[in-house]
Design a protein around this ligand. Structure first.
Ligand SMILES: Cc1cc2nc3c(=O)[nH]c(=O)nc-3n(C[C@H](O)[C@H](O)[C@H](O)COP(=O)(O)OP(=O)(O)OC[C@H]3O[C@@H](n4cnc5c(N)ncnc54)[C@H](O)[C@@H]3O)c2cc1C
Length: 545
C-alpha cells in the first residue's frame, strides 16, 4: 500500500454517485455493465449515441459487415443467448449485428443503467475522495469510485486533412457517422475517398447503383475474398452444437479467430505443395489467408514476398486493365503486414464502365470544392462525397476526453510519445481507471478479448471491495516492464516496419505521423496467462489505498 495516501473520510464517501461509471455502450461497455451489476454495484453507462452497439450502431454504411465469422464474434457468456440467437450469414451485415446487440441489451435489461446522447467531456481524479469526477458535454457532473473507459479502439472518425470539407454543396457522409435515413446512389456521381477495410466494403455496394463512382486511393491494401454465404437452419443447428468447440478454438489461437496459423514454414514444403496450399487459403472463408497461413509469413521477408507475389497475381487475373491492376497492388508493404480488407468482387468493380480509380499518392487531393474536389492534377465534380477515411485508432477516443490523473496530468500528454499501460488496462498515475480494448492489450477477434478484459476488471474491483480498498494504481515499474514486454513481442515482425493504425500512424491526425509502439503483437493466450498471474498473485503490480 502507498504510505502517503489517506482514506477518504465518510463525508467524501457520501458524495459518490456511482460505484462505477462506464464510458461507452458498445460490446465492451454492455458486457462490463452486465458483469458489474451482477456484483450488486451501482453502475452508470454514458453513451454518446442514442442506442447500444458502438461500432455496429455508428457504421451504417452500405456493405458494412463482419470480417470475423458471426458465430465466433458474438458474446459467449450466456448459454441462453447462444441458444436463442440465429445468425443468418457467415459474416453478418451491420443491421443484423445491431439487432443482435439490441436483443442482448433488452434481454438483460441493460438500458435502465445507460444514459444515451451523453458524451463524456472530462474525467478528473479527485485524490482526496479516491474517485473520478465526470463531466458530460451538457455540463452535468457525476462522481464515481471507479471509471471504465470502454470507448472503442475504432470509434473516433477522421477526415482527410484538406481544406474545404464544409464548403461542399452536395451530399457528404463519413462511413463511421453514417445517417440512419436511407441514402440513394442511384444515378449519382459519387466519390469515395479511402480504400481501407471500410472503403473496400462500401465501394463494392455503391458501385452497384451509382451513375458513376470515382475511387480516390492513397495506398492500396491487400484484399482477399470473404466468401460470405447464408447460414441455413440446419447449419445454424450444427453451429450451435459446436459453440463449445468454436470458443475453445478461439481461446487457443494467437488472435482469437477460428483460423489457426499453419505450423509449417513457407520453404518447408515443395513449390507445388505451396502453391496448392496458397490457392486453397486464398479462396477459403474469412481471414483464412491472413490468419491461417504459413507460420513465417509475417517474420521472414522471403516467405512474405512469395505470398505477396501470389496475391498480386490474383489481382492481375481479376482486373482487366493491367494499369489499374498495378495501381491496386501494394508496393510499399507485404501481404498481411497491415489489416487485410475482406472483399466480394471488389477487384471486379474496377472492370465496370461506371467506375474509375484515381491514385492520389502522387497527385494528392488539394482541397474539397463546393462542387467536388481538386487534386494536384485535375478537378472533379460530384453529387456525393463518401469519406471512408477511418478512425483515429486506439488512443483517439481517449484523446478526445480531458482525462486527468492523480497529479492533474492529462492522459493525452502522458501518451504524447506513444501509450504506456499496465496489461493494457491501467495507467500509472490514473488510479481506478480501467480500459477495455485500450492500447497494449490483446485485440484480434475482439469480443473474445473484450470478454477477458471485462472479467479481469470485474475481478480486480471485487478484490478491492472485499478488502475495503478504494484506490488502485499501477506501479510505474510494472508499467515499464509491460512496455518492454510489449516491445519484445513486436521485435522481428514485418508489420511493425509499416505505417498503419497498428503502428500508431494516421496521416490525417496531427501528431500521428511517426510510428510508436501502439499495440501488443504477442499472442492472446500469452497475454491472458500474464494477466491471470497478476490476479493470482493478488495484484502485486498495483499499489492500493
Ligand atoms: C466497420 C468496422 C468493422 C469491424 N469488424 C470487426 C470484425 O469483423 N471483427 C472484430 O473482431 N472487430 C471488428 N471491428 C472492431 C470493433 O470495433 C470491435 O469488434 C468492437 O465492436 C469494439 O467494441 P467496443 O465496445 O470496445 O467499442 P465500440 O463498439 O467502438 O464502442 C465504443 C462506444 O463508446 C462511445 N464513446 C466513445 N467516446 C465516448 C465519450 N467520450 N462519451 C460517451 N460515449 C463515448 C462510442 O459512441 C461507442 O458507442 C470492426 C470495426 C469497424 C469500425
Amino acid at each position: 500500500m502507498t504510505a502517503t495516501l489517506e482514506r477518504p473520510d465518510a463525508g467524501q464517501q457520501a458524495d459518490i454517485d456511482f460505484d462505477v461509471i462506464i464510458i461507452g455502450a458498445g460490446m465492451s461497455g454492455m458486457y462490463q455493465l452486465y458483469r458489474l451489476r451482477e456484483q450488486g454495484l451501482k453502475v452508470r453507462v454514458f453513451e454518446a449515441g442514442t442506442s447500444v452497439g458502438g461500432t455496429w450502431y455508428w457504421n451504417r454504411y452500405p456493405g458494412c459487415r463482419f470480417d470475423s465469422e458471426s458465430y465466433s464474434y458474438g458474446f459467449s457468456f450466456s448459454q441462453e443467448v447462444l441458444d436463442e440467437w440465429d445468425w443468418t450469414e457467415h459474416f453478418a451485415p451491420q443491421p443484423e449485428t445491431e439487432r443482435y446487440l439490441n436483443y442482448v441489451a433488452d434481454k438483460f435489461d441493460l438500458r435502465r443503467d445507460i444514459q444515451f446522447s451523453s458524451r463524456v467531456k472530462a474525467a478528473h481524479f479527485a485524490e482526496h475522495a479516491h474517485a473520478w469526477d465526470i463531466t458530460l458535454e451538457d455540463g452535468a457532473t457525476f462522481r464515481s469510485r471507479h471509471l471504465v473507459a470502454a470507448v472503442g479502439p475504432l470509434s473516433s472518425p477522421t477526415y482527410p486533412r484538406v481544406e474545404g470539407i464544409a464548403d461542399f454543396e452536395g451530399e457528404s457522409y463519413h462511413t463511421g457517422l453514417w445517417p440512419k435515413h436511407p441514402v440513394s446512389f442511384e444515378g449519382k456521381r459519387v466519390a469515395v475517398i479511402g480504400t481501407g477495410a471500410t472503403g473496400v466494403q462500401a465501394i463494392q455496394e455503391i458501385a452497384k447503383t451509382a451513375g458513376h463512382l470515382t475511387v480516390f486511393q492513397r495506398r492500396p491494401n491487400w484484399c482477399t475474398p470473404l466468401q460470405n454465404r447464408p447460414i441455413t437452419k440446419q447449419e445454424m443447428d450444427e453451429i450451435r452444437a459446436s459453440y463449445p468447440e468454436i470458443f475453445r478454438r478461439c481461446k487457443e489461437t494467437a488472435a482469437c479467430f477460428i483460423h489457426t496459423i499453419d505450423p509449417r514454414g513457407t520453404f518447408e514444403v515443395s513449390e507445388g505443395e505451396r502453391n496448392a496450399f496458397l490457392e486453397e487459403r486464398y479462396w477459403s472463408q474469412g481471414f483464412g489467408m491472413w490468419q491461417g497461413n504459413f507460420r513465417d509469413m509475417l517474420i521472414d521477408r522471403k516467405a512474405n514476398k512469395i505470398i505477396s507475389d501470389f496475391v498480386a497475381e490474383k489481382v492481375r487475373q481479376r482486373v482487366k486493365d493491367p494499369e489499374v491492376a498495378e495501381l491496386l497492388i501494394p508496393k510499399d508493404h507485404g501481404f498481411g503486414t497491415r489489416r487485410v480488407p475482406q472483399e466480394t468482387h471488389y477487384y471486379e468493380v474496377y472492370n465496370q464502365p461506371n467506375v474509375k480509380l484515381v491514385s492520389i499518392l502522387d497527385t494528392p487531393i488539394e482541397r474539397i470544392t463546393p462542387t467536388g474536389l481538386k487534386t494536384t492534377a485535375a478537378e472533379y465534380e460530384f453529387d456525393m462525397i463518401v469519406y471512408a477515411t477511418g478512425f483515429d485508432a486506439i488512443t483517439g477516443s481517449f484523446d478526445r476526453i480531458d482525462i486527468r490523473g492523480a497529479s492533474g496530468q492529462s492522459l493525452k500528454d502522458k501518451w504524447k510519445g506513444g501509450p504506456s499501460t499496465f496489461v493494457g488496462v491501467m495507467v500509472d498515475g490514473f488510479p481506478n481507471l480501467y480500459m477495455v480494448m485500450g492500447p497494449h492489450t490483446a485485440l484480434g477477434n475482439i469480443p473474445r478479448s473484450i470478454e477477458y478484459n471485462v472479467e479481469w476488471i470485474r475481478d480486480l474491483i471485487a478484490f478491492m471491495n472485499a478488502r475495503g480498498l478504494t484506490r488502485a494504481d499501477a506501479k510505474p515499474e510494472a508499467v515499464a516492464e509491460w512496455y518492454e514486454f510489449v516491445k519484445s513481442k513486436g521485435e522481428g515482425l514485418l508489420s511493425n516496419e509499416v505505417d498503419s493504425w497498428m503502428t500508431g500512424v494516421n496521416m490525417n491526425v496531427e501528431g500521428k505521423q511517426t510510428r510508436v509502439l501502439a499495440r501488443y503483437s504477442g499472442t492472446a493466450p500469452e497475454y491472458r496467462d500474464r494477466c491471470d498471474k497478476v490476479a493470482a498473485r493478488d495484484y502485486q503490480e498495483l499499489s492500493f489505498g
